[in-house]
Design a protein. Sequence first.
Length: 276
Amino acid sequence: MNRLSLNQWTTRNWSLPEAIDGCVRHGIEAIGIWREPLHECGLDAAVKLVAGSGLRVSSLCRGGFLTGGEPLDDNRRAIDEAAALGAPCLVMVVGGLPGVPPGLPPSPGFSRSLPGARERVAEALAELAPYAGERGVRLALEPLHPMYCADRAVISTLGQALDLALAHPAEQVGVVVDTFHVWWDPQVFEQIARAGDRIASYQVCDWLQPLPAEVLLGRGMMGDGVIDFRPLTEAVEAAGYTGDVEVEIFNAEVWATDPDEVLATMKARYRSEVLG
């Protein structure tokens, strides 16, 4: 249980100070922080709050959106923020097809070239990885389920993420194993074993069936969906991962629930579903 981490988006309605206080009250030892509430709190204040709480920061979410060819200054800022917080990794959602905003229709003249988009990701990583490594932060590439390929992530499988990561030193670029995004992949266990020490973050939540109309919010509390967590957890552990296990849930009903109740349920389900 001491490896359990609250990804802050699970209790989205809590501010960062409230989420930190909630973790302390519930005996949760780590937190995954999101940049939006971090900026609302202020980086210096957040660093002091984390230090005073005794919590570990398991990750900073998120950098990425590398496919459009825009300047990488915001990603460098995110790396600097992760370093200041002592976060071992910055989760990278790499972006979809150029000209396809997340959740919106394509703009005129958008690109349909997946190979071209993935090449832009590789080019951006070549620039960002050394910068991250110099600051003790690992870029954690997160493959997203293929239904998000057009607008959020042209990396859809763990194997694709590893192919990009392996071009860089392990301390600079790793991968995220997120159960919601990888559970369906027939090669997932092979790729987890291949990842080894490249696993920078392990995130858990369930796949709800049926999915809601807004598929981004189809993440459920462990045990409320169809994922068999224990084999995935065993595979990640066998690969050598010993870091924190983040519960990251995007779900309107969960967000509307009292966050203290969410944390209590999260702890119980982590024990019964993930640890087994």
